[in-house]
Write a new protein. Sequence first.
Length: 141
Amino acid sequence: MKCVIAIIAGLVLSGVPHGAAADNLVDNYYDLVRPNGQPRSDAVFQADLNYCYGQTGADRNAHDTPALKQCMLGRQWQWTDLSPSAWDPPPPDSPNPNIGWHWENGMRVCHGDCKDPEAPGSGYRCSNVTVLGMPMRECVN
């Protein structure tokens, strides 16, 4: 139980991400109130976000505007930075139903070695490249 509390506290201490911009970066805020040294709950953060979105008319699917950041600061949440989203989209479905990633019963499952970028259906595209005159393989998903 202590481990779960430490993980939750670590996530909140590192900033509270939100937003869904196309570049997979999220806005982070730091709780300035911190009663008893602990960050306020995510429910309080979300309520403050809802209030500030309503006050500023900012787009929830874009990065936070200066007006929204100022509103959040007035509610004791200081904008800190942008960071990569932890919620990257899943790899695409493999064309082969017996190998790679697929949706089954509402869950993403992998058949075969999906961590190997060279495996069929891993979600990676691999190609031969030359770097500093040396041939290499480059895999991107």
